[in-house]
Design a protein around this ligand. Structure first.
Ligand code: AHM
Ligand code: MG
Length: 401
């Protein structure tokens, strides 16, 4: 005791510094090694004392670990919460993610290799098809055919659905899902290096076995069991919902994995952004015109005027609005009585995501997810985004149209 007191009295603290070192136990759990080096002056000598701590951090105790949660791990963890789950949906989502990684790579190389330009063909919508559209469509349909979980693929680029035979004999693992794609949304923007994307949506089949039927494919949006999109932008991000919130994963190109970056995304209830192609103004209905005029008027108490933001790639516009709040609109007009966007490939999946994030989506009158589809390539007007803003748009439409 006497010795200790004498020691404390004779020393003088000169300084200290901390060294932090990370040692990985495995991909998700790690140790943080902390040294505190205390420098003291003891009579005429400088000495230092090292204090060493080893702190174990598991993924349950650290928010830092979100950086290391892969898409596949997240999907599996979600699926484990459902006792009767067979793991097929996880595999299917992993197949889609892999195909999108391949598309992302090709999109990033598009300026380098001679892949840009029209192929000269037109898709079922009568629009010019670019090579990357064809490529993305091929990759996605091929990966669905190989995976064994799908009984039919429906793509915006195909004339009709592609029925798929079972590849597993095991009855439990039969191809129980149907998948819809917009393989490369916003493709008119490719040449200008503007963000584009892939949209997908998954339903359970209605028929019991064999290749899928048109009835399996033509289901109401409310029946979707999962939906998502990928934006190929300044980074590649995949956002999906399986009916339990909306989660975003950013592609880390160095490890080739989608890593959790946006957990449980929520869209602000009211916003200050509207996204619409105003060049169509003269062709819109009275209700739509009045609503856009209203957004541009000055009124501090209601946060007006709103800012206009329009990329012209639905996924990019939708993604920005999901993050910051906003309303995206593609209304019907004199030339396009049902608007431009497709119910099955664009409106339904994004509406499922919007609702899961606390937003709203309608064709101006009816909730998108309640629309009963009649054809695969059916179009619909779309008002989607922050709940209060979509409600406001619906109010104008019901009042003036
Ligand atoms: P696409 O799927 O053929 O690319 O077309 C859909 C795109 C959307 O991404 C976008 O919102 C819209 O068309 C833009 O249309 P417009 O140029 O008429 O504003
Ligand atoms: Mg599209």
């Amino acid at each position: 005791m006497f010795k200790l007191l004498f020691f404390i009295k004779s020393i003088k603290l000169i300084g200290f510094f901390i060294i932090i070192n990370t040692i990985f136990a495995n991909f998700t759990d790690f140790y943080v090694q902390i040294y505190i080096r205390i420098i003291i002056r003891e009579k005429h000598n400088h000495r230092y004392i090292n204090l060493k701590f080893l702190y174990y951090i598991s993924r349950k105790t650290s928010i830092m670990i979100y950086k290391f949660k892969t898409l596949y791990r997240h999907i599996i963890e979600e699926e484990r919460k459902i006792p009767e789950a067979t793991g097929q949906l996880s595999d299917l989502l992993a197949d889609i993610a892999l195909a999108c990684k391949v598309i992302s790579l090709e999109v990033n190389r598009a300026g380098l290799i001679d892949i840009l330009g029209f192929t000269g063909t037109k898709n079922i919508q009568g629009e010019k098809v670019k090579k990357l559209d064809v490529y993305a469509n091929d990759i996605l349909t091929y990966s669905m055919q190989m995976g064994g979980h799908i009984c039919a693929v429906c793509s915006e680029e195909e004339v009709t659905f592609i029925p798929i035979k079972e590849i597993y004999e095991d009855k439990v693992l039969h191809n129980k899902y149907v998948c819809h794609f917009d393989p490369l949304d916003g493709s008119s923007n490719i040449d200008a290096n503007i963000s584009i994307g892939t949209i997908f949506s998954i339903y359970k089949r209605l028929s019991t076995h064999g290749p899928g039927t048109i009835e399996d494919c033509l289901q109401q949006g409310i029946k979707q069991i999962a939906a998502g999109y990928v934006v190929y932008g300044s980074s590649t991000i995949l956002v999906y919902t399986a009916g339990k919130g909306v989660h975003g994963f950013t592609l880390d190109p160095s490890v080739g994995e989608f890593l959790l970056s946006h957990e449980n995304m929520k869209i602000p209830k009211k916003s200050k952004i509207f996204s619409v192609n105003e060049g169509n103004y003269e062709k819109w209905s009275e209700g739509t015109k009045r609503y856009i005029d209203y957004l541009k008027q000055n009124d501090k108490s209601t946060g007006r005027p709103y800012s206009g933001r329009y990329v012209g790639s639905l996924v990019a516009d939708f993604h920005r609005n999901l993050l910051y709040g906003g309303i995206f609109m593609y209304p019907a007009d004199k030339n396009s009585k049902h608007g431009k966007l497709r119910l099955m490939y664009e409106a339904n999946p994004l509406s499922f995501i919007a609702e899961q994030a606390g937003g709203r989506s309608s064709d101006g009158k009816t909730r998108i997810l309640d629309i009963i589809p009649e054809t695969l390539h059916q179009r619909t007007p779309l008002f989607i985004g922050s709940k209060e803003d979509v409600k406001q748009a619906e109010k104008f439409i019901s009042e003036y149209d």
